[in-house]
Ligand binder design. Structure first.
Ligand SMILES: Nc1nc2c(ncn2[C@@H]2O[C@H](COP(=O)(O)OP(=O)(O)OP(=O)(O)O)[C@@H](O)[C@H]2O)c(=O)[nH]1
Ligand SMILES: [Mg+2]
Length: 254
């Protein structure tokens, strides 16, 4: 039974690069043959060889040329077309993943297309029946550079959890260029995060951020976060362990 790993996060956070880097690690370290799935109709080139590519159904560039749409209009239209054909997408991905350990799913650049329309929840739900799924929320390292930005990242991972109804783990990517300053530890310890917000933010922002983190603390159980680099491969074993633990906690590995 394959494990479906959905890479989720804001534009440019490294979803595509991490799909490739984690897949390469699985191949080289575990001898696995992961199935690579591209669900981004807008991507031009990929650093991995997709086993399934949604651009076989629709591509944003093609819609722009043929229908005279702008990039956003074409992206929305592409999402509608994928939604109409979700059954077909799921069936093909399920077939490809049946003999494999991991199905790595690279999602559209604009996170809202996957999370806030029907596409993401429907695909995750359908692939999760008879299989196990986990979402990797990739924290944007730009946001991770301030305590209030971290509070927002924390909320996005919880929204991902609520929307996809699958376990979610968080990673801070681009560790090779960003000194995350121990922020991944702060993401795991809401009390310390609130202290940092109080020390570094001011006025209304500090006040709102602290209340917000306090609310999130009540909502979510403690979570683990790791630093990764899709470029250097740092953190891939930790990401693997986090995925295994997330599935264990859901009682799915029994
Ligand atoms: N230095 C560094 N650059 C990275 C890393 N991961 C991704 N990048 C770069 O960040 C940019 C965006 O990476 P992608 O993998 O395309 O990110 P994405 O989230 O798939 O982007 P969209 O799908 O377009 O939203 C590229 O220039 C990557 O080379 C990393 O770990 N380190
Ligand atoms: Mg991408």
């Amino acid at each position: 039974m394959a494990v479906n790993v959905f890479m989720i996060g804001p534009a440019g956070c490294g979803k595509t690069s991490l799909t490739a880097a984690f897949g390469k690690w699985l191949e080289e370290e575990l001898g696995d043959r992961p199935v690579y799935v591209n669900l981004d109709p807008g991507v031009l080139s990929l650093p991995y060889q997709p086993s399934y590519d949604v651009r076989e159904i629709v591509s944003v560039g093609d819609l722009m040329r043929r229908k005279g749409l702008g990039p956003n209009g074409a992206m929305i239209r592409a999402a509608e077309i994928i939604e109409e054909r979700v059954g077909e997408v799921v069936e093909e991905v399920r077939r490809l993943g049946s003999g494999s350990g991991y199905v790595l799913v690279d999602t559209p650049g604009q996170m809202e297309l996957f999370l806030f329309r029907e596409m993401g929840p429907r695909i995750v739900e359908a692939l999760s029946s008879g299989s196990r799924s986990v979402a990797v929320y990739i924290v944007d390292p730009f946001l991770a550079s301030s305590p209030s930005g971290l509070a927002i990242s924390l909320s996005m991972s919880i929204i991902t959890r609520l929307r996809l109804q699958a376990p979610v783990i968080s990673v801070v990517n681009k560790s090779d260029i960003f000194d995350a300053g121990g922020f991944e530890e702060l993401l795991m310890d809401e009390s310390r995060l609130m202290e940092r917000i109080a020390a570094e933010e001011h006025g209304l922002i500090a006040d709102l951020s602290i209340r917000f983190v306090s609310f999130l603390k009540d909502l979510s159980k403690a979570m683990r976060v790791v630093r990764v680099s899709a470029k250097t491969g740092e953190g891939m074993p930790e990401l693997y362990n986090l995925i295994s633990d997330a599935l264990c906690e859901c009682g799915d590995l029994t």
